[in-house]
Ligand binder design. Structure first.
Ligand code: F6R
Length: 243
């Protein structure tokens, strides 16, 4: 695991975007794993700048989202598919038909999850997975206690995660869905490269476990210690509990 602690002058998103740009220059049809939430926003903004400047094209890149809320209406602004369309697809030349997400409105959820796993396999697997980390150590929405061998499935969000995400729902925790579909931990671990961005003091304990803790399903991100190609990009606040 490579750990990069950025200075105030450095932008964690730029460092992650450098890795993505190098990959896409090598393979214009690369498969990216796409996180939502606040952590990847600086990456997506940096990618958008590069596309606008003409130094990068994502036109043939394929994308697979990490997770999706269950039951949010198709036009809900916080449905993750809409978030990715707004924060990444609309700001770059990504082809929306090449971006996929778990179907949080599926009638047959197990079948939709299995189909999602098949779609990732059919694309040849994820070349580079972008991750954030929850304050409780979740990756994707694999909450504490998730099987380290899990695949895409439905999960119940913890109260903590729903409180953390209430900021996207006008502060109303009850408006945050209780369930989500998420790539499993084994799905995430199958990515060939993983870049995780964490910023802010609230992430310091989770980052401490991620980098220095024992591998445990109670801190799901710790499994990344077993992955051969993980880069963790931190600011000084999120790194503040590292030895
Ligand atoms: C989002 C996701 C989550 C977030 C995590 C951190 O697709 O899978 O694991 O990365 O909850 O969220 P932020 O970045 O909003 O602090």
């Amino acid at each position: 695991m490579d750990v990069i602690i950025t200075t105030e002058q450095e932008n964690p998103g730029r460092i992650a975007a450098d890795a993505i740009a190098r990959l896409v220059h090598r393979n214009p049809e690369a498969v990216l794993g796409l996180a939502t939430g606040s952590s990847p926003l600086s990456i997506y903004a940096d990618l958008a700048d590069r596309v606008a400047a003409g130094t990068l094209s994502l036109a043939r890149v394929r994308g697979f989202m990490l997770d999706e809320y269950v039951g949010l209406p198709a036009d809900h602004p916080q449905r993750y598919r809409n978030v990715i369309d707004r924060d990444l697809v609309a700001c770059t030349d990504l082809d929306p038909t090449l971006v996929h997400g778990p179907d949080g409105l599926a009638e047959d959820i197990p079948a939709a999850c299995a189909a999602y796993e098949d779609a990732i396999d059919d694309a040849g697997g994820v070349d580079l997975q972008i991750l954030g980390i929850g304050v409780d150590g979740h990756i994707g929405f694999n909450e504490p206690g998730s099987s380290l061998g899990s695949r895409t499935r439905i999960k119940t969000l913890t109260r903590q995660t729903r409180q953390d995400n209430a900021r996207f729902f006008d502060g109303d925790v009850d408006a945050v869905p209780q369930h989500c579909l998420t790539q499993g931990i084994a799905t995430i671990m199958a990515a060939r490269r993983i870049v995780l961005v964490a910023t802010g003091q609230a992430k310091a304990e989770a980052v401490h476990h991620l980098v220095e803790g024992s591998i445990s399903a109670m801190w799901p991100a710790t499994v990344l210690q077993m992955h051969p190609a993980v880069t963790v990009i931190l600011d000084s606040a999120s790194a503040s509990r590292l030895q």
